[in-house]
Design a protein around this ligand. Sequence first.
Ligand SMILES: NC(=O)c1ccc[n+]([C@@H]2O[C@H](COP(=O)([O-])OP(=O)(O)OC[C@H]3O[C@@H](n4cnc5c(N)ncnc54)[C@H](O)[C@@H]3O)[C@@H](O)[C@H]2O)c1
Length: 317
Amino acid sequence: MTIIVTGAAGFIGTNFVYYILSEHPDYTIIGYDALTYAGNITNLDKAIENHRFTFIKGDIRDRDAVYKLCQKTHPDIIINFAAESHVDRSIENPSIFIQTNVEGTEVLLDAAVKYGVKRFHQISTDEVYGDLPLNKPELKFSEISPLRPSSPYSASKAAADLLTLSYHRTYGLNTTISRCTNNFGPYQHEEKLIPKTIQNALSNKAIPVYGTGLNIRDWIYVLDHCKAVDSIIHKGRNGEIYNIGADNEISNITLIKQILSSLNKSEALITYVEDRKGHDLRYALDSSKLKKEFPALSFSPFDKALQRTIEWYHPTC
Ligand SMILES: NC(=O)c1ccc[n+]([C@@H]2O[C@H](COP(=O)([O-])OP(=O)(O)OC[C@H]3O[C@@H](n4cnc5c(N)ncnc54)[C@H](O)[C@@H]3O)[C@@H](O)[C@H]2O)c1
């Protein structure tokens, strides 16, 4: 089995490469990544030592390069993690989000059709559904909830999902899509909430918190996301969408306080800043479809996984 993993040098892509190398000792993996500011090739140092892994630097928008790669390697599966992924950056400059997340996905889908790829898996996000109110904890999004993205980032991800579904219907491409909640774990870029909180706390720098900090996210340990994607690419039903949630809903401020407490740092470092434009209030997923189809999947307890993550960024704590 040969798998192309796009965005392999990013946070989740890196974790996924290591996960597949250890879980499937007979698989060949090709990591394809443009190494933007978010990609870090040194993340993959240990993978590159493995003869079953090859890294190719390339852009998913580069049709010639993507076609050549598929022609040469005959992938069974393409998994698309490559994306511009930071909401704040999408508010500053939406264009690159449309180019990479939409046009890049279209190039990959064309390649998958042209080279007879057996499964195309699109990594999506819970953010495509928009947000939920804070005062109705019983509400959750299911796979058939309407798409109401709030930011240019989530709008570009929703567009990529719709393109993927259209290639399934129009060209008969074998596809699956997964929509996951917020990930945490090793190898995440320091611009994101958890690594930034840890780094700032360690250097006794202010920790910026948008608005009131009461916005709620459902946090999943990155390897649990990888596990779920592994199940879906192998046994997920053709043409289906799967929500991947962890039922760990926590407000940003509670999460930050938990990290500070674990690092023995003062809450005085917390600095409230002007809220993000269009800031989503709450994300929560109904993942009953995933649980029903993959009953063996079990996820890590949040507190333990968070502690492991803090230790990864700060090995002496
Ligand atoms: N991080 C999360 O909490 C989360 C949650 C749900 C879904 N997702 C989705 O998972 C995927 C991976 O997210 P992440 O957090 O690992 O992102 P990331 O920003 O850490 O990594 C993205 C990777 O894509 C690469 N890339 C960007 N543009 C490219 C291009 N044009 N061609 C080739 N490579 C390119 C970057 O170099 C980087 O290595 C994204 O599609 C994102 O939407 C992320």
